[in-house]
Design a protein around this ligand. Structure first.
Ligand code: KPL
Length: 296
């Protein structure tokens, strides 16, 4: 299979590297990472050590492949979609954080768009080298839900390189459930500068669990069957399982970079039919921090 991985951050590089063991992969990213990977190969360390030599480029225009995996930050989705629209793809798979990415891709692209989530842990250690900090799984499927033969074929291509993959007929619920977890963990850990496990403490849990419950309620308002109990128990499970880890938003804030708040708490607050004060408050505080740093 020919695959373009658009977005050579830590996750895109790890999955792109794994896919390159069996498929023809083009990894689109930025220097100095892409330059180092071109010179010396893409080095994956940690739980799954290996080196591969995918084709790497900083120019994502006019590419053609059976599949384009989009792994850019959610605020870069519209620009990624416009660049991908100059090429030709059999299918496009979003492997991004937050909600609304698939709609933004579908608005620009003729190719069918699939939704996905990935729970692999990865960290860009230095240009050309990514550390796999934890194996996980990819879940993918039709963004509107239902069976998808296309998703099955992509799932088989992922499984062929050892990426544990589930093809799911209920992606809308899964995306909202993940968003409920992120809406609780990400802004709280970023603002308080703590690891994921800290949200289980008495001082944070009422806020975190309310963010998750409120997200489940907004999901239901948008026709997605996600109960408060499922959202809260998923939050507790992920916070426990990733207790010593730093969330992606906490890492963004530490680096002084823009966060994905718009696609997480911002999306929930905007799509609420009844007010969603906890998500609105968390989004407002993080956006205020971004504005103060000239990031938005
Ligand atoms: O997805 C995550 C993130 O950091 O964005 C969690 C689940 C919170 C793990 O860190």
């Amino acid at each position: 299979m020919e695959v373009v991985v658009f977005g050579a951050g830590s996750l895109g590089s790890l999955l792109g590297g794994m896919l390159a063991r069996e498929h023809r992969v083009t990894l689109v990213g930025r220097d100095p990472h892409v330059g180092a990977a071109r010179e010396d190969g893409l080095r994956i360390s940690g739980e799954l050590p290996f080196r591969t030599t995918p084709h790497v480029t900083t120019d994502g225009t006019d590419l053609a492949a059976d599949l384009a995996c989009v792994a850019v930050k959610s605020y870069d989705t519209a620009e990624a979609a416009r660049t991908l629209a100059t090429g030709e793809f059999g299918a496009v798979l979003s492997l991004q954080n937050g909600l609304g990415n698939e709609e933004r891709l579908a608005a620009e692209l003729d190719a069918p768009v699939l939704a996905g989530t990935a729970t692999y842990g990865a960290r860009l250690e230095e240009p050309g080298r990514v550390e796999c900090t934890g194996t996980g799984e990819v879940v993918l499927g039709d963004p509107d839900g239902g069976e998808s033969a296309r998703a099955e074929r992509i799932g088989e291509a992922f499984e062929a390189v050892g990426i544990e993959t589930t093809v799911a007929p209920d992606m809308p619920r899964r995306l909202w459930e993940k968003c409920a977890v992120n809406a609780a963990i990400n802004p709280l850990t970023a603002l308080a500068r703590v690891e994921n496990g800290a949200i289980l403490k008495d001082s944070a849990w009422p806020i975190a669990s309310e963010a998750a419950r409120e997200t489940a309620r907004v999901a239901r308002e948008n026709g997605v069957d996600l109960t408060d109990e499922t959202a809260v128990s998923s939050l507790r499970r992920v916070a426990r399982a990733t207790a010593p880890n730093t969330s992606s938003m906490a890492r963004d804030v530490e680096r002084g970079s823009r966060t994905e708040i718009d696609a997480i708490n911002g999306y929930v607050a905007e799509h609420a039919l009844e007010p969603a004060p906890t998500n609105a408050l968390l989004a407002g505080v993080v956006k205020t921090w971004e504005s103060s740093r000239g990031l938005r």
